[in-house]
Design a protein around this ligand. Sequence first.
Ligand code: SAH
Length: 235
Amino acid sequence: MTFRATVLTLFPEAFPGPLGLSLAGRALAEGTWSLEARDIRASATGRHRPVDDSPAGGGPGMVLRADVLAAAIDAAAPAGDGRPRLLMTPRGTPLTQARVEALAACDGVILVAGRFEGVDERVIEARNLEEVSIGDYVLSGGEIAAMAVLDAVVRLLPGVMGNVASATSESFSAGLLEYPQYTRPQVFEGRPIPEVLLSGDHGRIARWRQEAAERITRERRPDLIAGREREPGGR
Ligand code: SAH
């Protein structure tokens, strides 16, 4: 079954962009997933089709109008469309691999990419939008955030990644960051590949990788280790 992605944006021409390349692009061409980028402006009315206006109460910038965005959502997702509706915003719940895995198990997803200062609060409530952030920094628009969500989801769809094992051993899947990777040449600028990896002893290699993953996670992301300890058995 095709995973149906719909993006609501003021810049539909930004899509598929990098999602048209490599694994995601091949899966798109093969119909593993579909992508519809819809122009929010098409739902605006009036001669100049205004999509934004100045913030109530004053302050800088412009705010995406609730009525225009609601109409765009309703046109993209008629009643009965059960796909999750995500609003890209730095205020949202930070995206995790666990949420990405859950999204990949859905029929599809609707992503709203904001611009300007953000969107009118009332449309978030009235259309039950799940606010999602891709990290603690501010982008100028939600398109790149929507692409990040889709890229992470699409690579998990059945058949997209050749080697399924690589999806289960990588960063975050066991609540740890990934161990270091090496390939040819055997010596690079005087730095050899760790001997254990050339030993052919799969037990030793697995132990080395596990220890390396734990060390790197402890050093870089102690918060992930704390999360593992709160939830025995992994994530
Ligand atoms: N004034 C807002 C930021 C607006 S940035 C605030 O302080 O919260 C403009 C648009 O970029 C947002 O509507 C959102 O869609 C997108 N965006 C910016 N940073 C993002 C992030 N970290 N994650 C997801 N979307 C983001």
